[in-house]
Design a binder for this molecule. Structure first.
Ligand code: ADP
Length: 988
């Protein structure tokens, strides 16, 4: 302590010195106090000096008080307090010096008082010992700090006090130093140590010598409770440790950098990643030395503050600019990895760290490459799907549980004209057309309940008012509990197709109409042509017998053969146009396939032997006996194939094979093969020959004849039967036509079934039922009568309408069958006359006709007739229709009554076979001579049977033949198998 003494009395001077000394003691630990007569503020800046004037009581300046903080302490009294204390003591001293200047002891007491007051004002415990270790002074803080109150009260010795303080220490060797250690008491050094108390407190002890005239006269101990300070320091240390651990253990690169991005500290992961041994190797380096953006020039990164490409610079710059903020930027960086660089996607964040007077920046670099790549690929895949969804050429919509639109795609907007913004959340029903709007709730409820909708046609109204038809297909998505979640629907614009469909239907109707007209025209024409042709051919045949001139005979023969070709052509054209117009219906019935094949083959035997060609037939054993087939059409197919084979084969053989595959209990696949060793068909011709009017190029039609329609008809008939035909052929080696007919019903116990059916049908018509047949054609009347052969009914015949009404007045029939085309009163007129009579109103009428009804007739017929029968008709169908028009019967009783009517008439199997074979061979070509022979053969073979109905049939046929009534002859000829069937059944 230095002091420029003021001019005061010696006592005051003495007191001043003492004051200075003691004051120095009192504040030794935390501050240095200087009192000077002149202002003295020249101490170093770090010590934070403070200076003030000390005034005497009279206002004059006593000196200047300067306080220097030696260490940071919270409990230093403010300078003003010290100043006040000193000024108050000065006043006391001056007063005392005025009143008792002669007594130096008084002034010393005064000074002691100042000292005491000063010491009391201190927060630290103060103890003053003389060199003998005696306590000169202590303050109340010391008593409090060491809990010495009780001992002081009982006037304990210094030794007792010392022991008591010792007992409070954790380590008692650290006692109140200086007291017991003699040399310490005389030490001129300042000493500081720390005492740890059992109650957890920590006390810092400082001791200073009291020196007078260069002799140590005592020692001052000051005790400061630094427990809070220590705790704070400890906490700070702990926090710092935690932060260091976090810094080093966080698996991302973290570094402390300055404004220039110069590294001051790097955490362990950072040092490891960049292959720097430790962070100390990195200190002072630029961030760019270990980390830079992909475009950076080598070593250029981290040094250019304005680099716009560098994510690090961007974050750092922003943080620097903001001063306090924290910023994050993502970017692709190259990280120095040993000698190489690795490219990684990183998330860089920087934050300001304010230290005393300086700003640092914490840079964190998180390697998010994996997440970035995953997110990138997810975004890419999402974009891909979104694009697919948006731009797929199919409109898509998703509806919520109320039928409101959740989502749509671009195509949907195109289809409806509504954009996403003005349709999302709206009910889908909004775009239903005005006519169908009320349908929406019904349609949606059904969809939500059933979970799907398929190809539902909806009439919708576009935003611009245009009506469109959409084809909607959708599925409902339910949650785990089965509740409606959302639905997904696709909409196809069906408007154009709907229009096309409409036009197609119209076109089809027109085409059908045209075909119907064409068919009707063809049927008429063929009829018109066939009738005179029949006469031409008939007369040519008659002439043939009388003409003897060879030239004329030659002409006649040419005329006949040309006529036959023409007839064939007409028949084929008729068949072909019928199939083409879809007018040809298959009529299936149980067919004995072996018998049929044999019959067909037999018709060619004579011709084959004349040509010297072997005709072979092989029917596999597994082939079922009876199959459900259209006999007439199968016959036509086989006749065509075999006749072609025979036509184009001059040597070798023709072989017919019948076999089965997939033989099941109820159905089977039938394979039919016609193989020949004839001229064969070239590859290029093979497809063509199934087309109409196609014959092989350069084929001499004069040699082979034919119309080129046979295979076209065959092909179409097979298709109609659900089968297919294949051809394998080699020129000059031969041809094989193979037919496959799949799923052909196998008829078990065929005879029984046929018998049962017949008996059942007959039983359904009450014995004794009176039936009137009205037909101008006698043969037809006969055929109709014969249909009732097995049923014991009473038949009357009328040859025209008037005749019918006449018969009815005498005998009222229970059913009337009326031919529609009759001369005089037509069938319709006759029916109308009957129905006009109230007595006959309830008699059921059946219309029977070979011709098509006109539109007008079609309209009228249901009012007059109960049913319409078309000629020719099968017996079974005929009887079924009749039975349906009559009241139901008791079949058992009826059957009993039927037995009495069993006919003795019968036909032998041989006769039946021969006649049917002949009939078969005449299916396509029926020269008059052959027809004549056929009639004669029937007559001869059935003569012994004395069957009156058969007889009248033959008479009719003969009459038609001789009068060239070709139509009647046709009808009768086609009815022949029915006649035979009846004769055969009669026998059973
Ligand atoms: P066509 O009535 O002229 O015989 P098809 O349609 O039955 O008419 O036959 C068409 C053509 O196919 C015949 O003209 C003939 O050239 C050829 N063809 C048919 N079958 C045979 C066959 N078995 N051998 C050689 N050629 C055949």
């Amino acid at each position: 302590m230095s002091s420029d003494k003021p001019h005061l009395s010696s006592i005051v001077q003495q007191g001043w010195q003492k004051l200075c000394r003691l004051t120095s003691l009192y504040i030794n630990t935390s501050v240095r106090l200087t009192v000077t007569s002149t202002p003295h503020c020249t101490k170093s800046v770090e010590a934070s000096p403070e200076c003030c004037q000390i005034k005497r009581h009279d206002g004059s300046i006593f000196g200047y008080l300067t306080i220097e903080r030696v260490i940071e302490s919270h409990d230093i009294r403010p300078l003003t307090t010290l100043k006040e204390m000193i000024e108050s003591d000065l006043k006391t001293i001056s007063e005392e010096s005025v009143h008792s200047i002669s007594s130096p002891g008084d002034s010393t007491r005064g000074l002691e008082k100042i000292l005491q007051t000063s010491l009391e004002a201190n927060n630290e415990g103060v103890l003053l010992l003389n060199t003998d270790g005696e306590i000169i002074h202590y303050n109340s803080q010391l008593i409090k700090m060491w809990n010495l109150e009780p001992l002081v009260k009982k006037d304990a010795s210094a030794a007792e006090l010392s022991d008591f303080t010792k007992s409070q220490l954790i380590n008692s060797s650290l006692t109140i130093k200086g007291y017991s250690e003699k040399p310490e008491r005389f030490s001129k050094n300042q000493k500081t140590d720390t005492l740890y108390l059992k109650d957890g407190r920590t006390i810092e002890r400082t001791s200073l010598p009291v020196i007078e005239k260069e002799h140590t006269i005592g020692r001052v101990f000051s005790y400061r409770d630094i427990t809070p300070e220590r705790q704070t320091r400890q906490e700070l240390e702990e926090k710092s440790n935690i932060l260091d651990t976090i810094f080093d253990q966080t698996p991302i690169i973290m570094m402390l950098v300055d404004e220039k991005a110069r590294i001051e500290k790097m955490n362990k992961p950072g040092a490891e990643l960049s292959h720097f041994g430790s962070d100390s190797d990195l200190v002072g380096k630029l961030v760019g030395d270990i980390l830079h953006c992909v475009n950076a020039y080598p070593n250029a990164c981290g040094t250019t503050p304005n680099c716009r490409h560098c994510a690090i610079r961007q974050t750092l710059n922003r943080t620097i600019q903001s001063g306090t903020g924290e910023y994050k930027v993502e970017g692709t960086m190259q990280i120095k990895h040993g000698n190489a660089n690795i490219t990684r996607h990183v998330l860089i964040s920087s934050a300001t760290i304010q230290t005393s007077g300086e700003r640092k920046y914490l840079l964190s670099i998180d390697d998010i490459t994996e997440r970035y790549l995953a997110e990138k690929s997810l975004i890419e895949s999402e974009n891909r799907f979104r694009n697919l969804f948006e731009y797929t050429p199919i409109a898509y919509q998703s509806l919520d549980k109320n039928g409101c639109i959740l989502d749509i795609n671009h195509e949907w907007s195109k289809l409806t004209g509504y954009s996403r913004e003005n349709i999302i959340g709206q009910p889908f029903g909004k775009i239903f057309s005005n006519e169908t709007k009320e349908l929406f709730p019904v349609v949606f409820e059904k969809f939500a309940n059933e979970g799907y909708i398929n190809d539902l046609e909806l009439a919708l109204e576009r935003k611009d008012g245009q009506l469109i038809t959409a084809l909607v297909t959708g599925r409902v998505q339910y949650d785990k509990e089965g509740n409606y979640l959302r639905s997904h629907c696709i909409l196809l614009n069906f408007t154009e197709r709907k229009q096309i469909q409409k036009e197609l239907i119209q076109a089809k109707e027109k085409a059908e109409e045209a075909t119907r007209i064409k068919s009707a025209f063809l049927a008429n024409m063929s009829h018109e042509i066939r009738t005179p042709m029949n006469a031409i051919l008939g007369y040519a045949e008659i002439l043939n017998q009388s003409v003897t001139n060879p030239t004329h005979r030659d002409y006649l023969s040419s005329m006949q053969s040309s006529g036959k070709v023409l007839m064939n052509l007409i028949n084929d054209v008729l068949d072909f146009s019928k199939i083409d117009a879809g007018k040809l219906d298959l009529k299936e019935s149980p067919v004995d396939i072996r018998l049929l094949m044999k019959e067909i083959v037999d018709t060619f035997r004579l011709k084959a032997s004349q040509k010297g060609v072997r005709l072979l037939i092989e029917i596999s054993e597994s082939t079922p006996r009876v199959l459900q087939l259209d006999e007439l059409r199968l016959r036509q197919i086989m006749l065509n194939l075999i006749s072609n084979a025979l036509k184009f084969t001059d040597k070798g053989h023709i072989r017919i094979d019948v076999s089965t595959t997939n033989l099941g209990d109820t159905s089977s696949t039938i394979l039919l093969r016609v193989e020949d060793t004839g001229i064969g068909i070239a590859d290029k011709e093979q497809k063509k020959i199934f087309e109409a009017f196609e014959q092989i190029d350069n084929q001499d039609s004069k040699i082979y004849g034919g119309t080129g329609l046979g295979l076209a008809i065959t092909h179409r008939l097979i298709k109609l039967m659900g089968g297919e035909i294949r051809l394998e052929s080699k020129v000059n080696k031969g041809s094989t036509f193979s037919i496959t007919l799949a799923d052909i019903t196998v008829v078990k116990d065929a005879d029984e079934i046929v018998g049962q059916k017949k008996s059942n049908i007959d039983n359904r018509i009450q014995v004794g039922t009176s039936i009137l047949i009205v037909d101008d054609n006698r043969a037809n009347r006969k055929v109709t009568r014969e249909f009732f052969g097995g049923s014991r009914v009473k038949i009357s015949e009328a040859e025209n309408g008037a005749h019918a009404l006449e018969i009815m007045r005498q005998m009222e029939p229970q059913l009337i069958i009326i031919d529609l085309r009759m001369p005089g009163m037509s069938g319709f007129e006759t029916a109308r006359s009957i129905k006009n009579n109230p007595q006959w109103q309830d008699i059921p009428l059946i219309a029977y006709t070979a011709s098509e009804l006109t539109a007008e007739e079609k309209e009228q017929y249901p009012n007059l007739f109960k049913a319409l029968l078309r000629k020719p008709i099968e017996r079974k169908k005929f009887l079924q229709t009749v039975a349906n028009c009559l009241p139901p019967v008791n079949e058992k009783n009826n059957l009993r009554l039927q037995h009495g009517n069993e006919s003795a008439s019968a036909i032998s199997e041989e006769n039946e076979h021969e006649l049917l074979q002949k009939w078969n061979s005449m299916q396509r070509i029926r020269p008059r001579k052959m027809m004549k022979e056929f009639i004669e053969e029937i007559t001869a073979r059935t003569e012994i049977m004395h069957d009156p109905e058969l007889k009248s049939y033959l008479q009719e046929l003969e009459h038609a033949f001789h009068t060239f009534n070709i139509e009647k002859e046709e009808t009768l000829f086609h009815a022949f198998p029915e006649i035979i069937a009846r004769l055969k059944t009669e026998k059973l």
